[in-house]
Design a binder for this molecule. Structure first.
Ligand code: SAM
Length: 320
């Protein structure tokens, strides 16, 4: 849509992600009891899309679970969801027995829309607080409660973003997971690098991890089409040429302050890191005759896990 400003087009990508995830949920690929509240239009996607979103969600959940499993009992963990959109990670971790505080960061327009939905849907606000009155609405539209703190900011303005995150209760001494799912690649590398560098240094007194999922390999035929299609929708992959490969992505996180970084493309995530019994189950859900095309596409996405701090030694890579 050429009439949309770049920021508005990028903000709308979350609708696409949420409705594709919901399509996979409806077909039984994975469970998510909250997502339906955040999706305006329910559309059924192809088996190829459903399986791709399954791998994405299962891979990220595995990385989150791996991180949380290393947190000592009684310690609160922080998850900072960068460009959280309509994503339901907060509800996923909130249903666990562990103590986790989630920060959801996105543009004010997106945060306001999500906040509006949460306040209207009882299962959603009940996850935030026992009484709806206990949820604080801050100017700008963000909601805050003990387990969920929303931050409405343009993350490219790192100083202002940091100020708001700290105001929302972010601490530099708690084990922290940074999550950037299909977000950084939509920014100029100048901006996304600044965010990663800042994140690597924001937690000085506890271990931290950065989990990223996004596109790579812009140069082959499929990569060029992928870049062109998103460009035509007003969402150019501004970061993909600076960090086009798994290796350049690994180096990126280390050079910006993390101790080490593991990365695998989504074919390897699917074949080597996801639960075999689950894979067998989801492969029976739909007739699937697009295997070659699916493998080709999956090679253009990756999950990276960068680590810093003492966590590093215990946590032998969240993907392993
Ligand atoms: N992470 C969610 C997921 O995977 O379901 C949403 C992904 S969506 C493709 C990208 C999100 O990043 C959008 O919600 C968009 O508004 C947000 N985003 C992109 N650039 C941003 C910026 N500079 N500041 C805040 N949010 C941003």
């Amino acid at each position: 849509n050429f009439s949309m400003s770049g920021d508005a087009a990028v903000q709308n990508t979350t609708e696409d992600a949420a409705s594709s995830k919901l399509s996979a949920v409806r077909m039984g690929y994975f469970r998510d009891d909250y997502l339906e509240h955040f999706v305006r239009r329910v559309t059924r996607r192809s088996p190829l899309i459903n399986r791709g979103y399954y791998a994405r969600v299962a891979g990220i959940r595995k990385a989150i679970d791996g991180f949380l499993s290393c947190i000592p009992q009684g310690t609160t963990a922080q998850i900072v969801n960068l460009g959280s959109g309509m994503d339901t990670t907060f509800f996923y971790v909130n249903d666990k027995p562990q103590s986790v505080v989630c920060f959801e960061c996105d543009f004010p327009e997106v945060i306001q829309r999500k906040a509006h939905t949460i306040l209207r849907k009882e299962p959603c606000w009940k996850a935030m607080a026992r009484n709806r009155e206990d949820i604080v609405q801050v100017p700008g539209g963000a909601l805050r409660s003990e387990p969920l703190r929303m931050v409405a900011a343009d993350m490219r303005q790192v100083d202002e973003f940091e100020r708001q995150l700290v105001q929302a209760g972010f601490q530099d001494d708690l084990p922290t997971l940074w999550l950037a799912e299909c977000v950084l690649v939509y920014m100029q590398p100048l901006h996304s690098d600044a965010i990663i560098r800042w994140a690597a240094n924001a937690v000085s007194k506890a271990p931290s991890a950065f989990v990223v999922y996004e596109q790579i390999l812009p140069h082959d035929a499929f990569g060029r089409t992928m870049v062109r299609n998103l460009q035509a929708r007003g969402c150019p992959l501004l970061g993909i040429h600076e960090y086009p490969t798994l290796d350049s992505q690994r180096q990126r996180y280390v050079s910006l302050g993390f101790t080490r970084c593991e990365a695998a493309d989504m074919n390897d995530v699917y074949d080597l890191h996801l639960d075999g019994a689950e894979i067998a189950r989801i492969q029976r859900l739909e007739i699937f005759d697009e295997l070659e095309e699916w493998r080709l596409i999956q090679g253009h996405y990756f999950i990276g896990v960068a680590l810093k701090g003492s966590h590093d030694e215990q946590h032998r890579g969240s993907l392993s």
